[in-house]
Design a protein around this ligand. Structure first.
Ligand code: SDX
Length: 429
């Protein structure tokens, strides 16, 4: 904190209002507006464009410079030199684990990958063509019906075991939602495998033959999980924090985060990007779609482009683009038409005044779908995979809030409805 002050003068209020200003280690100062309520004032910030909803030490984003740090470490270094479970440890505990700490953490997560056998029956209640995100909203929320031994959020050991269970079981539930949709039997986790390898084993393995997961795909999948692990106070993380602020159990909070992530403006964009690239079809139709994206009368937007915070390249998109080239080459996929359209679309958009003026760059969702599709993952599973990766970020923020001092989140409003009026009997309406 600091001893800086902001002084606010408001028409109709005699005395200027002095408000404390706090400085973080990085990023903009913040003005504590708590004193405004006593003066009969609220702040007004739809979409929370200029609102710091909390103090946090987990992730920092410099949108202007395209910088993303997890506990101070740049995302490109973590994506290229670390792995997902090590990044999970970092996000949860604040430091990279040493060899012993990492082995213990990986072993703990690995031992929680199985889900209660009764959960498998939940899937039978869904239609086979249910969107996997609809299933995930349901079954993740249902975990709170199975783990009564870890619902006391005031107990640190309960918070820890709930975190381990969620990180460990999300890939299992995600793979189950895919298997259910194609009518294949669920695969049990194979705990001799790594995290991403095990996920691909449960996605594409079958009981009739041994799994043979490509190390190339496992590495790419692990990197995609790492790139999606956390992103400060985005819509789904803010949803998890708000749900958690009422004291709701962690499984219910993560289910709320999954629901918020599903929207096409947020985590649902990766699925929408693939659909857009497939609709564009080839580089000759790009101009038509760019024109539509710029047309205010056309609701079409260039999916995978733009970001509330990044007004420069999303550093995750850069890593994802490099990974797309590597994975497709390693899979022997040359001249992938979707990748060609994506790259040309990026070139055209970044030279177009509309996108330059609005600082619209590719975001994390622009290239991820191309890699996932090349790996054989159906488009409907893209946001589910985003949710698997982001679960650790949601939990880290939930834990940071619950283990500190917090109050229930309860925003106010600018009311522009009717003033008080008397009830009108039917014969007077
Ligand atoms: C994620 O918050 C996070 O951190 C999210 C995330 C994470 O890791 O958690 O990074 C993940 O959600 C990435 C974003 C994925 N969504 C998309 O790719 C969908 C397409 N993008 C947009 O819908 C939009 O850019 C948002 C939702 C991402 C950001 O919306 P904002 O900040 O509210 O910006 P805006 O809608 O006010 O747009 C500002 C201007 C507008 O034009 P004007 O009214 O000023 O003339 O830019 C235009 C918009 O019309 N614009 C676009 C555009 N995005 C913004 N125009 C065409 N195509 C686009 N994609």
């Amino acid at each position: 904190m600091s001893d800086k002050k902001a002084t606010l003068t408001v028409d109709g209020i005699d005395e200027p209002i002095e408000l404390p200003v706090y400085s973080g280690t990085l990023g903009p100062d913040v003005i504590d507006v708590g004193a405004l309520t006593a003066k009969g004032l609220f702040t007004y910030d739809p979409g929370f464009v200029s609102t710091a909803a909390c103090e946090s030490q987990i992730t920092f984003i410099d949108g202007g410079k395209g910088i993303l740090l997890h506990r101070g470490y740049p995302i490109d270094q973590l994506a290229n030199q670390s792995d997902y479970l090590e990044t999970c440890y970092l996000l949860l505990y604040g430091e990279l684990p040493n060899k012993e700490e990492k082995e213990k953490f990986v072993s703990t997560i690995t031992k929680h990958t199985m889900v209660h056998e009764q959960l498998a029956r939940f899937f039978q209640g869904f239609r086979r063509d249910a969107h996997p995100m609809a299933i995930m909203c349901g079954v993740v929320g249902a975990l709170s019906a199975f783990y009564h031994d870890s619902l006391d959020i005031s107990d640190e050991s309960h918070r820890q075991i709930a975190a381990f269970r969620l990180i460990a079981k999300m890939p299992t539930l995600a793979a189950m939602s895919y298997k259910f949709s194609i009518g294949q039997p669920f695969m049990y986790p194979d705990n001799s495998m790594g995290y991403a390898e095990n996920f691909l084993h449960m996605m594409f393995g079958n009981p009739c033959e041994p799994s043979n997961v490509s190390p190339v795909l496992s590495k790419a999948m692990d990197r995609i999980f790492t790139l999606h692990a956390d992103h400060e106070q985005n819509a789904s993380t803010s949803t998890v924090r708000l749900a958690g602020s009422s004291g709701a159990n962690p499984f219910a909070c993560i289910a709320a985060g999954i629901a918020a992530l599903w929207g096409p403006s947020h985590g649902g964009a990766n699925e929408a990007v693939l659909e857009m690239l497939e609709e564009i079809g080839d580089v000759y139709h790009i101009d038509e779609f760019v024109a539509r994206a710029k047309d205010k009368n056309d609701p079409f937007r260039l999916m995978g482009f733009g970001h509330r915070v990044y007004k420069n390249f999303d550093p995750r998109a850069k890593v994802m683009k490099e990974s797309a080239d590597e994975v497709l080459a390693e899979l022997g996929i040359v001249d992938d038409p979707l990748l060609a359209v994506a790259k040309r679309l990026e070139e055209i958009a970044l030279e177009d005044e509309y996108f330059i003026e609005r600082k619209l760059y590719p975001n994390v969702d622009f290239y991820s779908g191309i890699i996932l599709k090349a790996m054989g993952i159906p488009t409907s599973m893209f946001t589910v995979i985003f949710a698997v990766g982001r679960t650790v970020g949601w939990i880290a923020h939930w834990h940071e809030m619950i283990s500190g001092s917090y109050r229930i989140g309860r925003p106010r409003q600018l009311y522009t409805g009717y003033t008080q009026r008397d009830f009108k009997p039917m014969d007077q309406r």
